[in-house]
Design a protein around this ligand. Structure first.
Ligand SMILES: NC(=O)C1=CN([C@@H]2O[C@H](COP(=O)(O)OP(=O)(O)OC[C@H]3O[C@@H](n4cnc5c(N)ncnc54)[C@H](OP(=O)(O)O)[C@@H]3O)[C@@H](O)[C@H]2O)C=CC1
Ligand SMILES: N[C@@H](CC(=O)OP(=O)(O)O)C(=O)O
Length: 363
């Protein structure tokens, strides 16, 4: 059989960027999807992908041959008619309007950009945490008068790693009251060409524009639930998150130092917390989608782990690594976590969300 009869045609918007490239790499040989169209800015439109991305391609695998020769399109709906699914890695300066146009044209849109994340009828889904939030899609469709189209967003990449651990703790021990997180974020988080080498080599920059606000607001939406008629989301009342974000000279992988306080007393012990993190499972696993990691959380027992260079590919980049779980003399527990910012933190989550949407017959 041909691709078209076996697999679902997908388009990638922002295909030349850091996230777009990761989509192309992860979709090579994907069992459900094949790349049928690519979009980027007017600077790239009209060129073969291999020419448009010749300088910016930074993946450790080559551009797949069937993608290299595709002509990059401008991000207009009529250029993607053959696609059912749109993965967006668009710059947030343009993502809002372009993604809305694709939604209204009945595409299933999976976005990495911040623009629609806090929209009250858009699910903000980390696939190993809250895929149940896809239940709002029938309501979203009815609001927009759509039959097949919908829009799902991923979280900010630092939020993504954090909420996996927080969800495991919330499921096991009830509501969390306070979370303090300090991030050490890789330069690939800033896209390409990103942070100038003179700013980051041998240095740490204690500021990432807008990042702390996103961590502080997105966690509550993700850790909340859909309301009883699946027309909105309710956030956990108790949760307060405070974030401090830093850019560090690491290529891929966001590390986070996390302190957590539980709402209920007495707080669980370090052993109970460790066991809960190790045994955490997600709906993505239960649905058996191809990208779901066997264990969403890998607990490292060595005193000096996780580390980006050694642990970044846990679960093929779709799990998080947690270590240094210990008592905290201000809150209840503290630990370090690591997640892949362009896999689980971006393209990998979008792809797993789309796999889940297929499993739930939304596509
Ligand atoms: N990098 C990461 O770790 C994460 C990124 N994100 C989000 O994902 C999105 C992409 O990020 P990233 O890949 O890092 O960014 P990049 O800057 O590397 O890529 C941006 C992409 O957007 C395209 N683009 C820019 N302007 C336009 C335009 N006017 N019309 C159409 N396309 C345009 C670019 O095309 P061209 O090459 O032609 O200029 C490029 O393909 C952003 O919204 C970002 O916030 C989310 C989570 C993690
Ligand atoms: N701001 C993140 C990446 C990103 O683009 O996030 P967002 O999609 O929330 O703007 C980083 O710099 O590491």
């Amino acid at each position: 059989m041909t691709h078209a009869t076996e697999k679902i045609a997908v388009g990638i918007l922002g295909a030349t960027g850091t996230v777009g490239q990761r989509f192309i790499q992860l979709l090579e040989g994907h069992p459900y999807f094949y790349v049928a169209a690519l979009g980027a800015s007017p600077r790239s439109a009209g060129k073969a992908y291999s020419d448009a991305a010749s300088r910016s391609w930074k993946q450790s695998t080559a551009i797949p041959a069937e993608v290299a020769s595709l002509i990059v399109q401008s991000c207009e709906v009529q250029n993607f008619k053959q696609c059912r699914v749109i993965f967006s890695g668009l710059d947030s300066d343009v993502a809002g309007e372009i993604e809305t146009a694709f939604l209204k044209a009945e595409f299933a849109v999976f976005s990495n950009a911040k623009n629609h994340r806090m929209d009250p009828i858009v699910p903000l889904v980390v696939p190993v945490v809250n895929s149940a939030h896809l239940d709002i899609i029938p309501h979203q469709r009815s609001v927009h008068g759509l039959k097949k189209g919908f829009l799902v967003t991923n979280a900010n990449c630092s939020t993504t790693g954090l909420v996996v651990a927080l969800k495991a703790l919330q499921d096991a021990f009830g509501p969390l009251s306070r979370v303090v997180v300090t991030t050490m974020q890789a330069i690939s988080g800033a896209g390409y060409p990103g942070v100038p080498s003179l700013d980051i080599l041998g240095n740490i920059v204690p500021y990432i524009s807008g990042e702390e606000d996103k961590l502080e607001t997105e966690c509550a939406k993700i850790l909340g639930a859909t309301n009883s008629d699946a027309t909105g989301f309710t956030a956990p009342a108790e949760l307060k998150v405070s974030a401090s974000c830093n850019r560090v000279p690491v290529i891929d992988g966001h590390m986070e130092s996390v302190m957590v306080e539980f709402a209920k007393r007495p707080a669980p012990s370090v052993d109970q917390i460790t066991a809960a993190l190790k045994s955490y499972t997600s709906d993505a696993q239960k649905l058996g989608v191809p990208s779901a990691p066997e264990n969403p959380i890998i607990v490292k027992s060595e005193a000096d782990r996780p580390q980006p260079r050694l642990d970044i590919m846990v679960g093929n980049g779709n799990a998080i690594a947690v270590g240094r779980i210990r008592e905290c003399n201000i809150f209840d527990v503290k630990f370090s976590l690591l997640s892949h910012n362009t896999i689980l933190g971006a393209a990998g989550s979008s792809i797993m969300n789309a796999e889940i949407a297929v499993a739930k017959n939304l596509i």
